[in-house]
Ligand binder design. Structure first.
Ligand code: HEC
Length: 100
């Protein structure tokens, strides 16, 4: 009997910043934010790009970045799966954070 080779392609697990960018730009949620009702709120409704680069930003590591993306994903019911959160974190990392 031939031995089954369990081949898990690494690419399936590596976060993809391009996919992350598409996910990030596609966010559109209905939400009241600071008294204003939006039908198409997205990440930048709360976070101007400069937010991710401010000197006292909270995130100081790749793991923390992923945790914060997951936090906002959950709070806002965006609905990203964990691998999608990883993709978005990879995109924000490439654009703003620049962790190794
Ligand atoms: C309703 C407002 C709101 C929206 C919309 C929102 N966030 Fe956040 N986000 C927050 C708050 C509040 C914090 C915490 C800020 C703090 O503690 O200084 C935060 C923090 C973060 C941080 C950490 C920033 C740092 O200090 O380095 C990241 C990354 C982040 N959010 C990603 C996202 C992404 C991705 C989305 C889109 C899915 C999103 N957020 C949408 C409110 C929001």
């Amino acid at each position: 009997m031939a031995m089954a080779v369990l081949c898990m392609p690494m690419a399936a697990w590596a976060a993809d910043p391009e996919t992350g960018r598409e996910l990030y730009e596609a966010v559109s949620i209905e939400r009241t934010i600071q008294g204003q009702h939006y039908t198409d709120a997205n990440c930048e409704t709360c976070h101007a790009p400069s937010f991710y680069q401010r000197s006292d930003r909270k995130v100081q590591s790749r793991a923390a970045l992923e945790a914060y993306v997951e936090g906002c994903n959950t709070n806002l019911d965006v609905g990203w799966f964990p691998d999608e959160v990883a993709d978005v974190a990879a995109w924000l990392n490439q654009e703003h954070y620049r962790f190794d």
